[in-house]
Design a protein around this ligand. Structure first.
Ligand code: FES
Length: 146
């Protein structure tokens, strides 16, 4: 779906700005500067305001994403449920380090709370959400998905 079609699905009201950016990120896998420019024009907002919102959230990208991104929640409730053990397990399995961008196919990041705390620990691989992940089962999830 083109950016223009996405924009036409929403009225140019401020409360729709984040929805539009999320939809562009979902469709295009990232929000380019030219997308931000179109959105800014549609909402009659400065480009800097649109770009700062697009770049603020962990789950939106303002650069092309060529790798699978594995995100593990680092919110308090997920941390209490061993999310950092899950991170360590992923690091050992894939021989990568959190935040290190040197792996050719995968990047591992933490993310903020997704609001699924009762289903934690929560992990995402690209757009796919995995709930109640355990250090003992995370290898199978990752190897199935990658
Ligand atoms: S703390 Fe992980 S989903 Fe809320």
């Amino acid at each position: 779906m083109s950016i223009q079609k996405i924009l036409l699905e929403f009225e140019p009201k401020l409360e729709n700005l984040l929805r539009v950016l999320k939809e562009i990120n979902k469709q295009e896998k990232y929000i380019s500067e030219s997308d931000c420019l179109k959105v800014a024009g549609y909402f009659s907002l400065p480009l800097a305001r649109v770009f700062s919102l697009a770049s603020f959230f962990d789950l939106m990208n303002t650069r092309p994403v060529k790798k699978k991104i594995i995100r593990v929640c680092s919110g308090g409730p997920c941390t209490m449920k061993r999310s950092f053990e899950i991170i360590r397990q992923i690091e050992m399995l894939l021989k990568i380090e959190m935040g290190n961008d040197s792996h050719p196919k995968v990047k591992l990041e933490t993310m903020s709370c997704l609001g699924l705390c009762d289903q934690g620990p929560v992990m995402m691989i690209d757009e796919q959400v995995f709930e109640k992940v355990r250090p003992e089962t995370v290898d199978d999830i990752i190897l199935d998905y990658l």
